[in-house]
Design a protein around this ligand. Structure first.
Ligand code: NAD
Ligand code: UDP
Length: 310
């Protein structure tokens, strides 16, 4: 049993991770400022004797906790949310990252950073291996997140090299499942809600851009495996390599919900990546991990969740 800090623990991925850690017997301190996190994601844990909630912003130092592991997930993750206050997004990934690495240094904890496929930008190499250095616009509306996550990785490596902090970096590709925020504007939540309401499905661009979607339970499994192995600090890509166009995703969701929705087309947002697929050769080798839940299996569970909200 370990004492583990999960920042962003009331969010979509964080709350599933916290559940898994509590289930296996760890004590968890969940730190969240509730910018995009939801109380109801962790409500069932509030009275648990191994769960502590700290409403706190990682942009401020956290000086009074002693832990053995830190999972750093605190950062708005959807384009709508991270662009709401782009300067705060940069601060979470710079000042917040320094605070969490400082905490890891002080306590001797291992820190796992939740990085992202966005460090590859609009990739010119396909699929994306960890060795690809990326193609990112420093000036565009996505830069606060993409460049923020890139410098967060840099800080992890520098604290590791200069201060001996024990780090792990995972680059997470698009993940979906229950507890996604209904207003985060991400493609799965938008399309499912629109389909359940028989409203037009909002495809941006012509729908030929691609993404590869991983079901949340498998993603959390990979994060825990990465944290608990001794051999590799990363970065390691984690995601499901099954690649779909956004139009295919829309058609699948209409089909699974039996919706009367029609497809509509709007402008593609600036710097929207045209294609994305993880090369997970390293994850298979280092973590012995490979996702197996298909969209056809994961989407119904996600639809069921949104059905309770719509
Ligand atoms: P989310 O928005 O649901 O979760 C982020 C959580 O962090 C929220 O609970 C939010 O309130 C909290 N938070 C934000 N800024 C904070 C701050 N300064 N201090 C304290 N708490 C703060 O998003 P998610 O999808 O669960 O993503 C979690 C992490 O995984 C993020 O770091 C994200 O960049 C990364 N990630 C997610 C995906 C994905 O597909 N879901 C893909 C790549 C990377
Ligand atoms: N997208 C879309 N309609 C929506 C929301 C998103 O067509 O209502 C597209 C978006 O332009 C992008 C893809 O779906 O090409 C994935 O978008 P999301 O915001 O989920 O994630 P990211 O772009 O960060 O991968």
């Amino acid at each position: 049993m370990k004492t583990i800090l999960v920042t962003g623990g009331a969010g979509f991925l964080g709350s599933h991770l916290v559940d898994r850690l509590i289930d296996r017997g760890d004590s968890v301190i969940c730190v969240d400022n509730f910018f995009t996190g939801q109380k109801k994601n962790i409500e069932h844990l509030l009275d648990h004797d191994r769960f502590t909630l700290r409403e706190h912003d990682i942009i401020d130092p956290l000086l009074d906790v002693e832990v053995e592991q830190v999972y750093n997930l605190a950062c708005p993750a959807s384009p709508i949310h991270y662009q709401l206050n782009p300067i705060r997004t940069v601060k979470a990934n710079t000042i917040g990252m320094i605070n969490m690495l400082g905490l890891a240094k002080r306590t001797g904890a291992r820190l796992l950073q939740a990085s992202t496929s966005e460090v590859y930008g609009d990739p010119e190499v396909h699929p994306q291996p960890e060795s690809y250095v990326g193609h990112v616009n420093t000036l565009g509306p996505r830069a606060c997140y993409d460049e923020g996550k890139r410098v967060a990785e840099t800080l992890c490596m520098d604290y590791h090299r200069s201060n001996g902090v024990d780090i792990r970096i995972v680059r997470i590709f698009n993940t979906y499942g229950p507890r996604m925020h209904p207003e985060d504007g991400r493609v799965v939540s938008n399309f499912v809600i629109q389909a359940l309401r028989d409203e037009p499905i909002s495809i941006y661009g012509d729908g030929s851009q691609t993404r590869s979607f991983c079901y949340v339970d498998e993603l959390v499994d990979a994060m825990i495996r990465m944290m608990d192995q001794e051999e590799h600090i990363g970065p390691v890509n984690i995601g499901n390599p099954d690649e779909f166009t956004i139009k295919e995703l829309a058609e699948k969701i209409i089909d699974l919900t039996g919706s009367k929705s029609k497809l509509t087309y709007a402008d593609l947002p600036k710097d929207d990546p045209k294609q994305r697929q993880p090369d997970i050769t390293l994850a298979k080798k280092v973590l012995g991990w490979e996702p197996s839940i298909t969209l056809a299996e994961g989407l119904p569970k996600t639809i069921e969740y949104f059905h309770t909200l719509v």
